[in-house]
Ligand binder design. Sequence first.
Ligand code: G1P
Ligand code: ZN
Length: 553
Amino acid sequence: MSLKEFSSQDSQLRISLTSSFTDQKPGTSGLRKSTKHFFQPHYLESFVEAIFQTLSGVEGGILVLGGDGRFGNTQAIDVILRMAAAHGVKKVITTVNGILSTPAASHLIRIKKAVGGIILSASHNSGGPEGDFGVKLNGPNGGPAAESLTDEIFECTQTLGGYKIFKDSQISLDEPGKYFIGSMSVEVIDGIEDYIDLMQNIFDFDKISSFLKNDFLIAFDALNAVTGPYAKKILEDILGANSGTVRNGKPLEDFGGCHPDPNLTYAKDLADLLLYGNQYSFGAACDGDGDRNMILGRNCFVNPSDSLAILTANATCVPAYSDGLLGVARSMPTSSAVDVVAKELGIACFETPTGWKFFGNLLDSGEITLCGEESFGTGSNHVREKDGLWAVLFWLQILANKQCSVKDLMHQHWNQFGRHYYSRHDYESISSDIAHDLFNSVESKLTSLVGHPFAGINVVKADNFTYKDPVDNSVTLRQGLRILLEDGSRVVLRLSGTGTKGATLRIYLESYVSSNGNLIQDPQVALSKLIRSIDSFAEVTKRTGMLEPTVIT
Ligand code: G1P
Ligand code: ZN
């Protein structure tokens, strides 16, 4: 891609490109690339041009813009503001220092009646000049753009002849203010207040606050990413948790060199504090852009699949859900723990492919109230994204109402509903060829499994998951390989759609023990037969040379 022509008319530029730009179709989470790749000349601009040419209502519409504070955030905001003005956008709402978490952006899009939002983030991927950058588009319902729209954007990038941009702008993101670029107004707002109002309307803050003041010490790790300012205000200033409760609370451009992913590997300091210490009763962490959450209790880790089930079972503790839930949904690889609760409550439970966008129709049409994924994502109909801090507050509300510890709540849950032992094994940075060969080979052998034992149990079904959306009847094929066993155990295999280096193979393992079985085993022990069987069937060690997974959750 090179510059052919550079012509100026007044304050606007029309930049022509000699060839089209993109080398990758944007995925479910937008376009994610290394920072270096993103900031090569005209790359960001070309993708944004395709968005503005494709998204309906851009001319004369309102747009929300912000990001997780990673390297490139404010630079990209400057470019997008100047391009928005050149495309006739009426108003852009952006935030101080460009800081806007993904759930807060979703909420702003909804309350400001925007045509959409652009979120600058590569979520839980590392940041900085050597890390990753990303541009994500959300639609007017506040949720990730539908696949049909991202497909159209991709088509547009293939024939892009150039882009339109204002030459310069005089906007400061240092504090709230109002500006103009040409005839487009730019509102720089605080970015945190509207989100806090929303949380105060959902939860009983007074009840949580008195519970925390009653010697219930909590620790929150923002991993040097976007949730720091939100968490400080909510947990410390409003709920009265001790100062210092929020660790790593200042958003840094490179996340302090850390990987902002709230799991036992990347949030190890917090995990050690809770799992091996006695000081804190509750711990939580969120990811780079604030949509993921990890919940820990004293000496215990809450598996995200169990978290969804526990929130569902105790939803009426929260004022906003006190009338009960419409229904729930989980992504296919998420454990069936929530299904058992939904059955008991007599509400519908939907199984969708991986990715938050699949919950959009169910939320918009009022089929469900809560939804979640095994990958530390939980949310409700209050926005159209998963929401990390909301999940933390939900947990605190339940504990405050029940006046119990995290561990007690989990044990009570398993005693009532049985336990779904669950683990995800990730093999990262495998060469793409090896990963695809492995995957295709497993797929080709699936039918031979049916009717035969796997890990000593009969296989009842083995397929590549197909989803039919119950709202619009659209069909999505090939969403993950499933091996379903007679006793309800299962193994699922997927290749990640969000990694930026090589391929990542995810293996999901699940087995159910009823309430009178052994409920306190280590999941890796409880699942050991499945682990051994899938390694030998899929030839993971043999083909990748990796003796163990990169991350075990
Ligand atoms: C991962 C998670 C998935 C989540 C997505 C975006 O995608 O597994 O549940 O929706 O990140 O946060 P994957 O890399 O598995 O395609
Ligand atoms: Zn995220």
